[in-house]
Each structure stands twice: as C-alpha cells, then as structure tokens.
Design a protein around this ligand. Structure first.
Ligand code: PGA
Length: 253
C-alpha cells in the first residue's frame, strides 16, 4: 500500500529563520503520523539547506530545478545541486508555466534531470479556467503528460509523483470539487497506464492541489483516486498544515 503524501509548497515566502522555525513546528506536530503519511516541505531555495539541517524526520523538496547539471546558467539551480540536500522537486508548477513560460518540453527535461540526480519529481499538470470552459481539460492534461513524461522509463515513472493542480483553483480561488478531482486523476492514471503499463500505474502517487485547507482536505483524502495533497497557502501555517496531515492519516484506507 502506498503511503499518503502531503507536500507543503511555501513558494516565495518566509525568511530563512521563519522557514527553519516553521519546519521545526511542523516536524513536531506531524511526528505521530509519519508511519502512514510522508510529509515533504518545499521552502524557497535560499532556505532549503537550513531547513534540511534543522529537521531530521521530514524530507525537503525544492520548487524548481534546472535540467543541465553544471555550467554557465546564471541564477539557476540544477537538479544535481538540489539533490545534495533535497529529496523531492516540484516540476512544471502552473506558476512556472504561466509566469515564466515553461513548456511541456522543458518539464520533460527537468523531470529527467531530477530522476538522474536522485530527486523525486512532483510533476504538476492542470487546465486554466478558459480551457475548462471550452471542454479541453482532458486534452490539456493528455498533452502535458504525453510530452512531460516522454523522457522517463517505467522505472522512473514508478517513483514519480503527479499533482493535478487546476490553475483556476490555485491561490485561494475556487476549490475543485471532489468529483472534478476524481475525474482528472482518472484521466492521469489512464495516460500513465497507456504510456508505462499496469504495473507502473499502481506505484506512482497522484496528488491534488489547489486551495486545500484543513476543512477541505478530508473530502479529497477520502477519494480512492487521491494519494495526497500539494498545499500552498495553508502550508504556511503549522496548525492548518498539521491538521491537513492528520486528515490524511485519518483517511488512510
Ligand atoms: P494553494 O497553492 O494551496 O495556495 O492554492 C497550491 C499550489 O500552488 O501548489
């Protein structure tokens, strides 16, 4: 049985001192759930090493990586470098795609770089409001995965996490309904099955993300299709985040 996975994406928030403080409070608060739930914290790059040093029981993730291991790429941090301190990397978050122009091809190269360097990629996919209204949700997810997963082997895919994050639901907007989430995750599992086979599809974990808080977490975690949650805003508050982890632990089937 797959452990549930709850990931906190702190985005470009918190000082280094605030990050290590929050991480320590989360570590303490979620300790009793770690047998059934994996909890990953993704601070801003500047705080990743300090957070990794400050906590013992939780793995640390990064929010982005570059795909070349070393070289003249001013301002970038490679998967090889991130892999020295982190265990997970968010790849293709919608803010990267929409604010920084990341394409599906770039996502593919970044995911491959993560796996090459011992990082578990958390690949984000999801449609915009406009795409949903136009009935393109399934097609958008299909395209994002067909290209985004193209450089992975079945063995890679079994370790890879995919997060369904509809763009319209991120950042305190509307929640996706549990039905919408179940439907999208079924599409994702179908693509993974088609690309990598039945055995692989049972191993990779699928998350939902988008305005998840302690109140809404239980309904998502109760879904058969959901292996965990990618949490933005609510992960900046330890009480709220720890309550989400508890819901994941309670909801374990
Ligand atoms: P949110 O962010 O929980 O603040 O909507 C989720 C994410 O962007 O990963």
């Amino acid at each position: 049985m797959r452990n549930k996975l709850i990931v906190g994406n702190w985005k470009m928030n918190l000082s280094v001192a605030e990050s290590t403080d929050l991480a320590a409070r989360v570590e303490k608060g979620v300790a009793k759930h770690l047998g059934s739930v994996d909890v990953v914290l993704c601070p801003a790059f500047i705080a990743v090493a300090s957070v990794a040093k400050a906590i013992k029981k939780l793995p640390v993730g990064v929010q982005n990586v570059y795909f070349t291991d070393h070289g003249a790429f001013t301002g970038e941090v490679s998967a090889a470098q991130a892999g020295e301190v982190a265990s997970y990397a968010i790849v293709g978050h919608s803010e990267r795609r929409h604010l920084f122009g990341e394409t599906n091809e770039l996502v593919a190269r970044k995911a491959a770089a993560c796996l090459r360097n011992g990082l578990t990629p958390i690949i984000c996919v999801g449609e915009t409001q406009h795409e949903r209204e136009d009935g393109e949700t399934k097609q958008v997810i299909n395209d994002q995965l067909a290209t985004g997963l193209t450089m992975l082997t079945a063995e890679d895919m079994a370790k890879t996490v995919i997060a369904y994050e509809p763009v319209w639901a991120i950042g305190g907007g509307d929640h996706a309904s549990p039905e919408q989430v179940a439907k999208a995750l079924t599409v994702i599992r179908g693509v993974v099955r088609e690309m990598f086979g039945e055995e692989t599809v049972g191993s990779s974990r699928l998350l939902y993300g988008g305005s998840v808080d302690a109140d809404s977490a239980g309904a998502y975690m109760g879904l058969e299709e959901v292996d965990g949650l990618l949490v933005g805003g609510a992960s900046l508050n330890d009480h709220e985040f720890n309550a989400i982890v508890k819901k994941a632990s309670d909801g374990k089937k």
